[in-house]
Design a protein around this ligand. Structure first.
Ligand code: CAA
Length: 391
């Protein structure tokens, strides 16, 4: 029996803003974003999508392959909550037609929530092998217009089926973690955009990596060379390159462009175009690696570092399954990314504004923009109403 990821699927909004256009509109140099931050595009959420539609759309391919009635739990990680009480997972439970014999809960710790959910799911399956847990991480990364964070927005969801048949990645027992009470990034209840101390947040990320790795080594006694590739939480792709250089220094490896590129493989490719998806972004990186790496990674160990501001960091590992390539949704994902529609800067601003208004208003009909299967159609008597495409 190997417990871990049986299927992994992502969804992102079908609209994007090109970072060259962003640079021009904000009067910045294009290379600041393409090179300095490491982002080419960012997915832009339309007013008729939210974390529920992102999540349900991400989980749909898995639910088309497996009977939804066999799912025993939904662990929904997000820091873009739409309700202070009702779990976003309950909406997803309804939209996907899951069994009433299923537990649903929403989890939060900034971008770390997805990993907390994954580890809980793995432990649930270890205790009871009949559990089949749907882990979903979904977020909309949203900062104030004109702030330094604006360039690092994005949105998306990753859904993972966790069971005792790890067709894709077996999660190994034993992690290293690090927690510290810090104010690097936060979003008070009365705000729909995050507040962030940007430079400080990148320093705390690196500190968390150092101590999580040290703890991991004490627990697992694995050396740098025991890993074929590394995946990181990706607020922007340059962050992972900085993180990996730090890890190489800590482990006395020679860090240069070639050795870093070798270790990261193709894990940055999707995130360069999707942008930050907070709790989902590490898992976008994992999918990107598995779907694009030229080398067959079967049987190899992947190191994963999850970071959530506030802060929690966790370093853990997984072993890639023998026939993992047979179980990936590579074509679906690449078609989704290729079919996204480019927005002008003014349409991006209009979507941004309307999305904020949807969050603040009641009794509104929401125009239809997305081509996703699920969308938010209205809010009536403070209740969100979702519809499915009829096709
Ligand atoms: N060509 C090449 N590089 C250029 C350039 C050019 N023309 N112009 C600037 N650069 C480089 C800069 O030298 C800099 O590189 P270094 O970081 O290696 O020094 C990089 O581009 C960014 O430039 P600035 O430092 O001037 O950028 P900024 O001050 O506008 O903001 C930021 C950068 C702090 C990351 C900001 O985007 C931000 O606050 N983002 C949100 C916070 C965030 O993502 N934090 C990450 C850690 S926290 C976390 O991970 C949780 C999460 O998801 C939020």
């Amino acid at each position: 029996m190997s417990v871990g990821i049986q299927r992994i699927s992502f969804y992102t909004a079908p609209f994007y803003l090109d970072m060259s256009e962003f640079a021009q509109a904000r009067g910045e140099e294009r290379d600041k974003f393409h090179i300095g931050i490491g982002q080419d595009q960012m997915s832009v959420i339309s007013p008729d999508e939210d974390i529920v539609t992102l999540a349900a759309n991400a989980a749909l391919p898995i639910m088309q392959e497996f009977d939804p009635k066999t799912i025993t739990a939904v662990l929904f990680a997000t820091e873009s909550g739409i309700d202070q009480s009702k779990s976003a997972g309950a909406f997803v439970h309804g939209l996907l037609g899951l069994s009433s014999r299923c537990r649903v809960v929403e989890l939060k710790h900034a971008c770390y929530g997805g990993t907390a959910a994954l580890q809980m799911a793995v432990n649930m399956v270890r205790v009871n092998t009949s559990e089949r847990v749907l882990v979903i991480a979904a977020d909309v990364a949203r900062y104030e217009l004109g702030s330094p964070g604006e360039a690092t927005q994005g949105c998306g969801a990753v859904a993972m089926l966790i069971s005792n048949q790890a067709d894709i990645l077996a999660i190994e027992a034993g992690s290293g973690y690090y927690t510290e009470d810090v104010m690097d990034f936060w979003r008070p209840n009365y705000r729909d955009t995050a507040l962030v101390d940007g430079k400080y947040s990148t320093m705390v990320y690196l500190t968390a990596l150092k101590y999580a790795w040290q703890y991991f080594q004490e627990e697992r006694h694995l050396a740098y060379n025991d890993f074929a590739r590394f995946c990181y939480h990706l607020p922007f792709t340059k962050m992972a390159i900085k993180a990996h250089s730090r890890l190489m220094k800590l482990t006395e490896q020679e860090a240069n462009e070639a050795t870093i590129e070798q270790a990261m493989g193709s894990s940055l490719r999707y995130n360069r175009t999707v942008g930050n998806s907070y709790s989902a972004s590490l898992y976008f990186g994992l999918i990107s690696l598995l779907e694009n790496d030229a080398e067959n990674l079967a049987g190899q160990r992947i190191g994963l570092f999850s970071y959530g501001s506030g802060c929690v960091g966790e370093f853990f590992s997984g072993i890639v399954a023998d026939r993992y390539r047979d179980y990936l949704y590579t074509t679906k994902h690449q078609t989704l990314l290729a079919a996204r529609q480019q927005l002008t800067f003014s349409t991006y601003l209009a979507f941004y504004k309307q999305f904020g208004e949807v969050e603040r208003n009641d009794n509104i009909e929401i125009a239809h923009y997305t081509n996703g299967h699920f969308r938010l159609s209205a809010i009536r008597a403070h209740k969100r109403q979702y519809v499915q495409q009829s096709s």
